[in-house]
Design a binder for this molecule. Structure first.
Ligand code: MD3
Ligand code: FE
Length: 216
């Protein structure tokens, strides 16, 4: 028998429905936090974190890198997934097996068996960084879920409705929390409030977010 890498029996996980189609798996990633952070460091050694410029000319406050077959990037006329890191011209680093198994197991637990991510965006927030309300719609098939993993310092996440003007709800996301977004939640507006200064034993002042997607 094989051990389930993300077995939660010892760490009292809680699955909380957030809205129709979205579920929070509290502390789902906690048991492997140090391993995940080490892999983030290895990805960043190959493809360093960078603050990209939006098509509107603003520099994003969140620093990003990617791994897997497809990486999400900004360019002069918009946003897209591409196979090369625009900084180096090289392919993105491979998606670590530990990342993939986390995403696949979380998706299965939320009812999306067979999820096969081909892209992982790694976001790094330092104090003062934020992400405004937006939809994730650069992927080919909105029938595929998105899995997001929070590591490091806590932040207030906002999720709204199908229109930008829908008043968002707030939820605190902490180290190890995983959310699976699918079905009717897949195209909801969402964002992250400004990260406050705090200290986490494994990440210092930083918050990391891994977002797993099927881009193509
Ligand atoms: C709800 N990242 O990278 S993760 C993003 O914490 C992004 O870095 C945030 O939004 C972060 O695009 C939020 C939670 C999340 C991710 C994808 C979603 C929520 C979502 C897709 C649809 C609906
Ligand atoms: Fe998003």
């Amino acid at each position: 028998m094989t051990m389930d890498l993300f077995d939660q029996s010892l760490s009292e996980p809680r699955a909380e429905p957030l809205c129709e189609g979205a579920v929070v798996l509290r502390r789902f990633a906690s048991a492997n936090d140090a391993g995940l952070l080490k892999k983030i460091g290895q990805v960043a050694d190959q493809a360093p974190f960078r603050q990209m410029k939006t098509p509107g000319g603003h520099t994003m406050s969140v620093a990003m890198t990617c791994c897997g077959d497809w990486g999400w990037v900004t360019h002069a006329r918009g946003y897209r997934y591409q196979q090369q890191d625009p900084v180096s011209g090289d392919r993105w680093p491979a998606m670590p097996d530990l990342f993939r198994s986390l995403a696949v197991e979380a998706a299965a637990k939320a009812g999306y068996a067979g999820f096969e991510p081909d892209s992982c965006l790694v976001n790094r927030y330092s104090p003062g960084a934020k992400m405004g309300l937006h939809q994730d719609r650069d992927e080919e098939d909105f029938g595929q879920p998105i899995v997001s993993v929070s590591l490091g310092t806590p932040v207030t996440f906002q999720f709204g409705g199908m229109r930008r003007s829908d008043r968002p709800q707030r939820v605190s996301l902490e180290h190890g929390d995983v959310i699976v977004w699918g079905g009717p939640a897949r195209l909801r507006y969402h964002g992250v409030l400004t990260l406050k200064a705090s200290d986490h034993p494994l990440t210092g002042a930083y918050r990391y977010n891994l977002t797993f997607r099927r881009a193509h």
